[in-house]
Design a binder for this molecule. Structure first.
Ligand SMILES: O=C(O)CCC(=O)C(=O)O
Length: 249
């Protein structure tokens, strides 16, 4: 791992890809734990912790707050390889794990993620926070890879509004100029890790292949950042409204 390069890319571009962080043996264990989680935990989860696609067979779309229900996924957030990456980005502060998620995007059934900045959901000030993505499957231009707008973290948090999309309740109101902030597909091999800044604009397309594009997302923050509690309450109200509307359909 070239830690200096990771920090430089992250500061400049708002994201960085670190290849081959988790070997096949670790990925097999992640998959085993995931299957166990889906069988044993998911049936008992609360709204807001599990999302399904709207399509007929309703495959899994996303799992949230996995660290609260699984020692394995809680420990994964503290993995020394991830902590080394965090140390390169924030060398002068301690780091905490805010949440562990999984985004599924099953073959032919994985839907679009609207453009957003994660800080519209997490409300960190200063914005010393990021999401680390661990690729479980290969992500390719055809299966809805994460797309980050290079340098967009420099614009700060932009206005969002309710998206109506379950699992991604907020989306950007206005786009930004992609000539200035070009879109970059984050194509990864299993075991690669990508990090994106909490203010980096990102989105993803649908999965047009037969194979799943699963990836874990782990949110980290520097302990120098604090969450804006007032903004968080507002976000939770928007989310509750979306869940209420969804029930009505
Ligand atoms: O799965 C996706 O494409 C979206 C993931 C995402 O928004 C994130 O990791 O912050």
């Amino acid at each position: 791992m070239d830690l200096k390069l990771i920090a430089e890319e992250f500061d400049r571009d708002g994201f960085a890809i670190i290849p081959e962080v988790f070997p096949a043996i670790d990925l097999r264990e992640i998959e085993r734990q995931m299957s166990h989680y889906i069988e044993q935990v998911v049936p008992h989860m609360n709204p807001g912790e599990v999302y399904y696609e709207d399509s007929g067979s309703r495959p899994l779309k996303a799992l949230h707050r996995m660290q609260q229900h699984s020692e394995f996924f809680s420990q994964l957030g503290e993995d020394p390889r991830l902590m080394t990456i965090m140390g390169s980005v924030w060398p002068d502060s301690e780091v905490a794990v805010e949440g562990v998620m999984c985004f599924f995007k099953m073959g032919r059934d994985g839907s679009v993620t609207p453009p957003h900045q994660d800080n519209a959901f997490q409300c960190w000030a200063p914005p010393l926070a990021l999401t680390a993505t661990i690729a479980i499957d290969r992500s390719t231009p055809d299966n809805g890879p994460l797309i980050c707008l290079r340098g967009s973290h420099h614009v700060g948090l932009l206005p969002h509004h309710p998206s109506g999309v379950m699992g991604f309740s907020q989306c950007l109101i206005d786009g930004v100029d992609t000539d200035v902030y070009p879109e970059v597909e984050i194509c990864m091999a299993p075991g690669d890790v990508a990090i994106h800044h909490i203010n980096t604009i990102h989105h993803s397309g649908s999965n047009r292949t037969d194979c799943a594009r699963r990836q874990l997302g782990i949110s980290f923050n520097s302990l120098l950042a604090k969450q804006n509690e007032v903004a968080l309450v507002e976000r939770r109200q928007i989310l509750a409204k979306l869940h209420e509307q969804h029930k009505e359909h």
